[in-house]
Design a protein around this ligand. Structure first.
Ligand SMILES: *Cc1c(COP(=O)(O)O)cnc(C)c1O
Length: 224
């Protein structure tokens, strides 16, 4: 069986140069994360704030930690001092709360807005309309300690590749419209986080700049 380091390297060697690999290490312990760190991986994604805080304490300080899961406002404080990117902003309230913690830590926290593009009801995220409204609001201009660097989305969990492609294509299209309307002069708005273990090649074809790959590197997760 391939090691996690071998899995990582074989995924990485096929990625276009402009696509960043976020190794999704949720539910995996520090030693196995280190195996991929030792072959050069520096960006890791986690979906639980306290688990992320612990791993940040245990692991080398040059790791760039990304938060990819549903974030509760009362948990932001655990990650605010060090988080490199929050992929999952799905309300103004959450963005405002992140801004507040960023002020306390005297830093600017980079964020992506999460769009609901899948057919499933269960996945979090803003609709295109809600996202547009949020970006049009006056309130957002007052949040000086968050930086909106792009968009994130998860496709429907299906074997139908055309469906997945359609959803990612719509998100890319929306990204282009948002860029033009709200961020034409802002180089930081450049990231499109799309693609997981089962669908990242499609996401890359559709314009992804960040893929979030977990089980294809670390094996199937054992949920506790
Ligand atoms: C868990 C998770 C991933 C990784 O999923 P895999 O299918 O294991 O690659 C990617 N994105 C988000 C938001 C996740 O929660």
């Amino acid at each position: 069986m391939a090691t996690v380091a071998q899995n990582l390297l074989s995924i990485k060697k096929d990625l276009p140069i402009h696509v960043k690999l976020i190794a999704v290490s949720k539910f995996h312990e520090a030693p196995v994360i280190l195996e991929t760190y030792n072959v050069g991986q520096r960006i890791f994604g986690e979906s639980k704030a306290q688990e992320l805080q612990q791993k940040h304490n245990q692991l080398p300080k040059d790791i760039e930690w990304h938060f990819i899961g549903h974030l509760q406002t009362n948990k932001i404080k655990y990650i605010a001092p060090f988080i490199s990117l929050i992929h999952s902003i799905d309300s103004f309230k959450l963005l405002e709360a992140v801004n507040k913690e960023a002020v306390k830590n005297n830093r600017i926290i980079p964020c992506l807005l999460q769009l609901h593009i899948a057919e499933e009801e269960t996945k979090f995220g803003l609709s295109f309309e809600e996202c547009w409204e949020l970006l049009s609001s006056n309130e957002i201009k007052e949040l000086g300690n968050v930086s909106i660097n792009g968009l994130m989305g998860m496709a429907t969990n299906t074997d139908d590749n055309e469906q997945i492609q359609k959803e990612y294509r719509q998100l890319k299209q929306f990204f282009a419209e948002v860029k033009k309307e709200f961020f034409a002069n802002d180089d930081k708005f450049a990231e499109l986080s799309m693609g997981m273990s089962d669908d990242y090649p499609i996401a890359i074809e559709e314009g992804s700049t960040m893929v979030r790959v977990g089980s294809k590197i670390f094996g199937e997760r054992v949920y506790q």
